[in-house]
Design a protein around this ligand. Structure first.
Ligand code: ZN
Length: 617
């Protein structure tokens, strides 16, 4: 199937629109550019070309079509990407011709969840009490609709009987976590609760949360994990929040359904919530591609603060700048918004402090309350030393240099050396932090740097060997350190010239005579020389399709997207001349080397060649 179907789908997908769901794109000539979602950068080097139907990042080398993009940004398999893009493109996948259907079991789970959701929605319509509860909590009908809330009635096995009536088995319901087995038979897991459907990234229901209407415990209950639902991978509200997260380049993270729903209702649509679990690396990896910063909006009690600091550490490891939002005592986002409105929350967001400074403050506060003093100046010397030790260990774990320095500046007055010289105190603290970091690295047995760890936790679609080699070549500086930038640029210019009508003839004629210094340039030139000679102008897409592998496709895409410096016949000719001069100079040096290091009598022919080369250059 693959190639035809893939092409058919690719042709129908608007790549710019697809990418815009994740990356804020701006027009750049006939292309679009934005901040690369696959590596961290401040200035855009990520391009999407509607005419090539491909994307390319000049920063990290990420490159490909709609399939590659979706697989990589969602961390999904080719099969899943195919299914989703087929739906988007309105192309029907014939089940008999492709093995691309979901495993049977998962499909049964989805059916049961779908039916249960339908049932809960119906029950909410019928229950005046449940509707009254939501209304009194301040939820508008539009919000209830947006989050597709439902109600699980107060009975023994109403849901189970509904599912059975609709040709689903007890086993399906059990596997989906909708019912449980007790001493007296099966019973519905959620009873007399408001139901919050939990969705995956594509907006399909994968689980339910339930909130008691009264004061019963537990107040919140989630259906258990299943092959479809993993808490550590799921953020509540994600499918509704994603485009707003891209737009704001930031996300607000809260704990719990009601806070999240209220934030959305009041227009903070870039909010997501964790689901009764700590903030995980997987959560961070998902946000990392889309945001420049994250706001943690947790409860202000001690449990909430601890949870926020743990989340901040995970985010720091993933390299995401994190801010902790503090609300007035006793308020949560829900209550604050309802009492004081949007402005109050907006102000709290603007006043949010970097998590590192917030964390440092917590340590200082703990030590003060332990010693029973109100100001740190009142701590005696041993207490100050203990405080400094704890604080420095905290600072040593921070990834960002800037935040480390900010924290140390805050700590410097605690150091005894500060009175004589603030600068010396700061420097001493910096030395301490470096020492702790060295010790930490030794203790953990040469762990990779946090940055490398953060990188490796990002799912990538198992690139082909050639592709990953090409990416390495783009990333590893070793080659370009030995090779002058000018050589690489000159070679690129000659290769670029192939696709421009004015310069193609000259470049094609010269391809065989150039000694390529980068292996990927040589490989591409080789491919180009094998192609049938066109009337000196290739159609770009045809040329891309003629590439034998992804690495060459990526290189060619980057050449086609490059617009600076503008190509001219003159410039291409100069680049070719430059490459020839370099080649001859290398040859000359080689001959000279041979001649001077040889025990044999000088070979007159070699000398002649050497002099010819000297004169010509
Ligand atoms: Zn990139």
């Amino acid at each position: 199937m693959a190639r035809d179907l893939r092409e058919e789908i690719r042709e129908r997908i608007d790549l710019v629109e697809l990418v815009s769901g994740y990356v804020h794109l701006e027009r750049a000539g006939s292309n679009f550019k934005g901040l690369c979602p696959f590596h961290t950068e401040r200035t855009p080097s990520f391009y999407v070309s509607p005419s090539l139907n491909r994307f390319h990042c000049f920063g990290c080398g990420a490159s490909g079509d709609a399939f590659t993009f979706l697989m990589r940004i969602e961390g999904i398999s080719f099969r899943e990407a195919l299914q989703r893009l087929a739906v988007r493109a309105g192309v029907e996948l014939r089940p008999e011709s492709s093995p691309y259907t979901e495993p049977h079991e998962q499909e049964r789970l989805r059916r049961a969840l779908f039916a249960a959701h339908f049932y809960y929605r119906q029950c909410l319509q019928r229950s005046a009490r449940a509707r009254h509860y939501l209304e009194q909590r301040g939820l508008t009908p539009a919000t209830i609709e947006r989050f597709q809330l439902g109600y699980a009635p107060n009975g023994w096995d109403y849901l189970l009987r509904f599912l059975q009536k609709h040709q689903m088995t007890t086993e399906d319901a059990l596997n989906a976590g909708l019912i449980r087995q007790g001493e007296h038979g099966y019973y519905d897991y959620l009873r007399d609760r408001i139901v919050f459907p939990i969705y995956d990234a594509s907006g399909r229901v994968i689980a339910f949360g339930g909130r008691a209407l009264g004061d019963e415990e537990p107040k919140y209950l989630n259906t258990p994990e299943t092959p479809l639902f993993e808490k550590r991978n799921t953020l509540y509200g994600w499918h509704l929040a994603r485009s707003a997260i891209v737009k704001h380049a930031s996300a607000i993270v809260v704990e719990g359904y009601m806070d999240l729903i209220m934030l959305h209702q009041f227009g903070f649509e870039h909010a997501v919530a964790t689901l009764g679990t700590a903030f995980t690396e997987q959560h961070a990896a998902r946000l990392r591609r889309l945001v420049e910063r994250v706001y943690l909006l947790y409860d202000s009690d001690s449990a909430g603060i601890r949870a926020a600091l743990r989340a901040a550490e995970v985010l720091d490891t993933a390299g995401i700048p994190t801010y902790i939002v503090e609300l007035p005592t006793g308020e949560d986002p829900d209550s604050l918004l309802q009492k004081a409105g949007v402005d109050a929350l907006q102000q709290a967001l603007e006043a949010a402090r970097p998590a590192s400074l917030f964390g440092l403050e917590q340590i200082v506060r703990e030590h003060m309350s332990h010693a029973g003093v109100e100001r740190w100046e009142a701590l005696d010397l041993p207490a100050r030393t203990r405080l400094l030790n704890d604080a420095l260990r905290f600072v040593a774990r921070l990834r960002s240099q800037v935040e480390q320095t900010a924290c140390l500046e805050r700590l410097a007055p605690l150091s005894p050396a500060y009175l004589t010289s603030p600068q010396a105190a700061l420097e001493a603290l910096q030395r301490d932090v470096r020492r702790l970091q060295r010790e930490g690295r030794r203790a953990t047995g040469r762990r990779a740097s946090p940055r490398a760890e953060a990188r490796s936790s990002v799912p990538s679609p198992a690139p082909t060997e050639e592709a990953s080699e090409a990416q390495q070549a783009l990333q590893t500086p070793t080659l370009s350190v030995q090779l002058p930038r000018a050589v690489i640029e000159a070679e690129r210019t000659v290769l670029r010239a192939i696709v421009a009508s004015e310069t193609a003839a000259l470049a094609l004629e010269q391809l065989p005579h150039i000694e390529w210094s980068l292996p990927e340039h040589r490989a591409l030139a080789h491919t180009l020389m094998q192609l049938p000679q066109p009337p000196y102008r290739y159609a770009e897409r045809e040329l891309l399709d003629a590439m034998p592998d992804e690495a060459q496709q990526a290189l060619l895409t980057s050449l086609m997207l490059q617009t600076e410096p503008p190509l001219s016949l003159n410039m291409v000719a100069e680049c070719i001349a430059y490459l020839h001069r370099r080649r001859e100079r290398a040859r000359r040096l080689q001959i000279l080397n041979e001649l001077t290091h040889s025990d044999q009598p000088p070979d007159p022919e070699k000398w002649q060649e050497y002099w010819r080369l000297r004169v010509e250059s």
